[in-house]
Design a protein around this ligand. Structure first.
Ligand code: CU
Length: 125
């Protein structure tokens, strides 16, 4: 009985290390997070729709690990891998979504596609 328990344990630890091997790319991504950098942009976002639009758009951007917009302050915080993207590329991504990023003004065509309530002329709501 003892040896059965032992072989079961061996089997478990074997499958455990197999699962570990499969998650290796995830582990690498976690390691990359250590070298992650953060940048903040003052945007022209006005509401929660802007928030989800910007966060989603940035999340699809290469090298971006996290994006968070604080609606009241309009500050977008982006966590990114500096080996994969640059602050300039991230700023462009914000502009292409239709929003200002610091001094850089929104891409006109993207801005035109925003719903009325999300245009700059609206106060934060
Ligand atoms: Cu909006």
């Amino acid at each position: 009985m003892k040896s059965f328990a032992f072989s079961l344990l061996t089997l478990l630890s074997l499958s455990g290390s197999a699962a570990l091997a499969q998650t290796a790319p995830v582990a690498t991504a976690t390691a990359a997070k250590k070298g992650a950098e953060q940048i903040q942009f003052k945007t022209s976002a006005v509401c929660d729709m802007c928030k989800s639009r910007l966060e989603k758009s940035l999340a699809y951007e290469k090298g971006v690990q996290a994006a968070h917009l604080d609606v009241p302050s309009k500050i977008l915080t982006v966590t990114y891998n500096p080996a994969k993207t640059t602050p300039a590329a991230l700023r462009t991504a914000v502009q292409k979504t239709g929003y200002d990023a610091d001094q850089a003004t929104a891409d006109a065509r993207a801005y035109d596609r925003l719903p009325e309530c999300c245009k700059k002329t609206n106060e934060t709501h």
